[in-house]
Ligand binder design. Structure first.
Ligand code: CP
Length: 314
């Protein structure tokens, strides 16, 4: 694996290998007083975030540190990006400094692919074969979120193939939804998107999933429900339905959560808008895997760095 840009680039064997590595790394760290493996000693991982993040940026940094890589954070506001430097020039500059991996989040869909093509083309000039990881590009993809969600589901349900997963809410602006639909379908799950018609993207009928507008009708038959964040920052003209109507029809209230089978897992990629997308009591219930998703995120990102920088393990 040279870059991680899209889950569409992973077949079931490659995705499973990443999940298996994440699990082995988790076990390798279990009970250790010092959470440090020497695997990526001497390697440099740079996180370059043009959009805000808590989970993704911090967990990539923690993942790198636990693997003994040198990690550096670059934020758009504190770098020469604020003076007008282009994404290409910034990336080639970091590659020329010897970055083995650049983890990038950017508001433009397709930006991670562009970055990887520039890096590959100018590899001779920069002198470093830098790997690019897509940490979220616009409304397109968020591959490591889908991988950590799959790892969490596999742990909670004992497997993914044949399971039914509902992904609920603002699909239109969600890179998490697209990556999860693609990866879960690759791993053999049945996915249903549940959203108001106004929050579904054009072309969703070609995605490998079913679409529904009725959350109450879907919940009794799912193994997991993934609530999405309503991405107000991408809705420049406000959104329809209103926040109140959205909460009533698509929010996971306590009453609605009671429709779920007993074994069903409740998930949310975070950050959660409590009270609108999910009731606080549901987010904090034993069926909620929200904090397990965060914990698993570190192990999955360790696995991604491992496969990119040290090669897939035997
Ligand atoms: N789930 C997720 O991508 O969270 P952050 O925006 O905090 O990284």
């Amino acid at each position: 694996m040279r870059h991680l840009l899209s889950v569409a680039d992973l077949d079931a064997t490659e995705a499973t290998a990443l999940l298996d590595t994440a699990d082995r790394l988790r076990q390798a760290l279990l009970g250790r007083e010092v959470r440090k493996l020497p695997t990526l000693r001497g390697r440099t991982v740079i996180t370059m975030f043009y959009e805000n993040s808590t989970r993704t940026r911090v967990s990539f940094e923690v993942a790198g540190k636990w693997m003994s890589a040198d990690t550096v954070n670059v934020s758009a506001s504190g770098s020469s990006v604020s003076k007008g430097e282009s994404l290409r020039d910034t990336a080639l500059t970091l590659s020329s400094m010897g970055a083995d991996c650049v983890v990038v989040r950017h508001p433009a869909s397709g930006s991670a692919h562009r970055l990887a093509s520039w890096i590959d083309r100018d590899r001779e000039t920069t002198g470093t074969p830098t790997s690019i990881v897509n940490a979220g590009d616009g409304t397109h993809e968020h591959p490591t979120q889908a991988l950590l969600d799959a790892a969490t589901l596999r742990d909670r349900l004992g497997g993914i193939a044949g399971r039914r997963v509902a992904i609920v809410g603002d699909v239109l602006h969600s890179r998490v939804a697209r990556s999860n639909v693609l990866l879960l379908a690759t791993l053999g799950a049945e996915v249903v998107l549940v959203a108001p018609p106004t929050l579904l993207p054009v072309g969703v009928e070609h995605w490998p999933c079913r679409v529904s507008h009725e959350l109450d009708a879907e919940l009794p038959a799912v193994d997991a429900v993934m609530m999405l964040r309503v991405q107000a920052e991408r809705m420049h003209g406000g959104f329809f339905p209103s926040a109140r109507e959205y909460a009533v029809r698509y929010g996971l209230s306590e009453t609605r959560a009671a429709l779920l089978p007993e074994h069903a897992v409740v998930m949310h990629p975070g950050p959660m808008i409590r009270g609108m997308e999910i009731a606080p009591a549901v987010a904090d219930a034993p069926s909620s895997a929200v904090l397990q998703q965060v914990r698993t995120g570190v192990h999955v990102r360790m696995a991604v760095l491992y496969h990119l920088l040290a090669g897939a393990p035997e």
